[in-house]
Design a protein around this ligand. Structure first.
Ligand SMILES: Cc1cc2nc3c(=O)[nH]c(=O)nc-3n(C[C@H](O)[C@H](O)[C@H](O)COP(=O)(O)OP(=O)(O)OC[C@H]3O[C@@H](n4cnc5c(N)ncnc54)[C@H](O)[C@@H]3O)c2cc1C
Length: 294
């Protein structure tokens, strides 16, 4: 790709200079557009500039684009990582005015028009920041320790591992330790805080996983008995959507056995330490979660 770019750009500008940071050959006479982030926003920006007389550098700390809306499916084992990601270099292999750089942007000096990377710095004429969002724990940053956000494939792996380990642990408790039904029930209780799109999708996928995908895989527990609790501080789930869609989604979730708790109610989310001998998310909420069911 870079060789083709040299030919094209030499023909266009008659000059190709080495950019010390990107290690690619680009004509410095063209305006340099730096785009940080190869998510939806970054991809759209790069594509929009495909015919523009500019040289584009796309920087991402990952070398792949991640289709985040499907991340929860990886977190529940229904899709594999490669089904929701693609290498940025391949995506833009036919767009000759773009150079892909794998690095993390650590700072910006807008006065000097320079961005700082972990391995150097890069000048720009125009800068597009498309670095996405960060999770908001609503003032409870201590929750991050128990419930990581779902931002990356690593997060999805972590969540999937913990969900599956909760079932494994319950099986072990039932078969070897002869634990009580109540203890096993607690081990298989999954609490989701926030019933926006991700919370609703995650609850629904968890329910499908326990009610369908795992049903025949265990001998001593019934995965269908897993409790899935969905908490929402607003008056209804999907609070930003039209009410009829919230009601429809609620009916669907309830048909899958998801228990839904919404406000108005007492503030219910009390996250405690793990219970002794248990290591899954399902046990990180104490029993005092008692929001009235709406
Ligand atoms: C589980 C889940 C489900 C969703 N479902 C939907 C849905 O159904 N419909 C919908 O419209 N939206 C959905 N969304 C939201 C949607 O995914 C986001 O709105 C969208 O991904 C935002 O795109 P973006 O380009 O702004 O950021 P992102 O897609 O997050 O991309 C940001 C990129 O910037 C890179 N980056 C960040 N910081 C740096 C740095 N310092 N240096 C270099 N690179 C950096 C990251 O590696 C990443 O590649 C969902 C999100 C999640 C998590």
């Amino acid at each position: 790709m870079q060789r083709n770019a040299i030919k094209v750009f030499i023909g266009f500008e008659g000059v190709a200079l080495h950019d010390s940071c990107t290690a690619s050959w680009v004509p410095l006479m063209l305006p340099h557009v730096v785009i940080v982030g190869g998510g939806f926003g970054g991809l759209a920006a790069v594509r929009a500039l495909r015919k523009a007389p500019v040289r584009v550098t796309l920087i991402d700390k990952r070398n792949y684009h991640l289709f985040r809306p499907m991340l929860y499916q990886v977190a529940t084992g229904l899709l594999s990582a490669d089904e929701i990601s693609g290498p940025l270099r391949s995506i833009f292999s036919h767009q000759e005015n773009v150079d892909v750089v794998l690095d993390e942007v650590t700072g910006i000096n807008s006065g000097r028009r320079i961005i700082h990377l972990t391995r150097g710095e890069l000048p720009y004429d125009f800068l597009i920041l498309a670095t996405g969002i960060q999770y908001n724990y609503f003032g409870h940053d201590e929750w991050r320790h128990f419930a990581p956000g779902l931002e990356s494939l690593d997060d999805a792996d972590l969540v999937r591992g913990r969900i599956l380990r909760a079932f494994e642990r319950a099986e072990e408790m039932a078969s070897i330790e002869h634990a009580s039904t109540e203890e096993i029930r607690r081990q298989l209780t999954f609490a989701l805080v926030g019933a926006g799109t991700v919370g609703v999708e995650m609850a629904s996928t968890l329910a499908e996983m326990s009610r369908m995908a795992l049903t025949h895989d265990f001998r001593h527990i019934d995965p269908k008995s897993a409790r899935i609790l969905l908490y929402e501080a607003g008056p209804r789930i999907l609070p930003t959507y039209p009410e009829h869609l919230s009601i429809k989604a609620q009916h669907h979730l309830e048909s899958l056995g998801v228990e839904i708790y919404t406000m108005p109610a007492s503030r219910v989310f009390l996250l405690s330490e793990r219970l002794p001998g248990q290591d899954s998310y399902s046990t990180t909420f104490r029993e005092e979660i008692k929001a009235p069911r709406q």
